[in-house]
Write a protein that binds this ligand. Sequence first.
Ligand SMILES: [Cu+2]
Length: 429
Amino acid sequence: MALPAQYGNGVLGAIRINGPASSNYDDDLGPLVISDWYYGSAFALAHRVNSPTNPYSIPGFPGSPPPSDNILFNGLNRRANGASGSYRRFTLTAGRKHLLRLINGSVQASFTVSLVGHSFTIVATDMVPITPVTVTSLYIGVGQRYDVIINANQPVANYWFNATFSSAPCGGATNRPAMIFQYSGAPTANPTSAGTVPPDSRCADSLNYTPVVSKSVPSASFTTGNTLNTRLQISTTGGISRVYWPVNNTPMKVNWNNPTLEYVKNSNTGTMPANTNVISVPTANQWTFWLIVNNSSIPHPVHLHGHDILILGASPALAAPINPTNRLRPYNPSVDGPALKIANPTRRDTTMLPAWGWLALAYRTNNPGAWLMHCHIAWHASQGFSVQFLEQLTSIPTVMNLNELTGNCNNWDAFYPSGAPFLQDDSGI
Ligand SMILES: [Cu+2]
């Protein structure tokens, strides 16, 4: 099916799923994927970012990812020098309400988005319908999605849709990230008002959303026993340094030749190497609780597969530059415990772990499988910031036919050692 041109070539393969909406709208504008864009290839960039002292490291950015070369809106933007390219345009119809599905598909950049002269009514967080909330700007971490409704109640004209960066370190670009919302009937021109810079989000997302379908956790169940400590690690071997993000001291490294489900099929998950970061959650239909601690100055978008997460709480975001003498704020059970929100908290699958702080999560074991929980900054996932929950191990064969793996595994084993143009040189996820 042909899609309107505003979707761009980059998302033609996207599948739109119409879930229930918690507020009425007239027109569906479809997805708006905002993403950073690098002129170098992912493999080449990752190689240089992961090994800052190798001969191919990026000048000026030893051990740090470079800013992206551009920010694209459904695959389109002007180049940084303005010499080529064009702004993405979406069309608004005066007097009508438009649903917009915002997606941050970036490698590392997170944004605060705003539309000059307009507000957003948020109706869903990562596909979870919420009680509508109207805001004038909205922070979107890597991997997060928001469904918002824009009321086209302003004069027929062109309006900038701006994506701004936080002061805290969560991505940047060499170009001004912006696109245009053009009212039907307005001339095709650039907007005249640049708008005002929205408040600095400090790379933190709101935890004040209220899901329409209420889910709560038993208050007595939360403990800090399930703690996942993350930090930055630089290891030097043979004169070459590599950057890692270990979780509980181990950066994940999976083996493409031995995927988790193959272990499940062969009933030998007990032999999986320690650096596959397996966490066993064997019992069905239990709430599990996780305290994630960030021993670093970088906020991380934490993403769990296979579940929606109940976000019980997080430490406050720190203003940048972060004072190195006022760093880690450990979870304090007597102070922070009573403040956790256990009755129908924000529920989604990606949320921000604050710099030098903590994040308290819960999910229910209702989905047998092997589920990654990882930082959604691609560099950090490449550098090992991940665990995998092996959930209801004995039930996995009841929800999928593991024998179907055999053909694919055999094909892979025949292809990879001799035929793959790129060999695994990172965490493998
Ligand atoms: Cu990260």
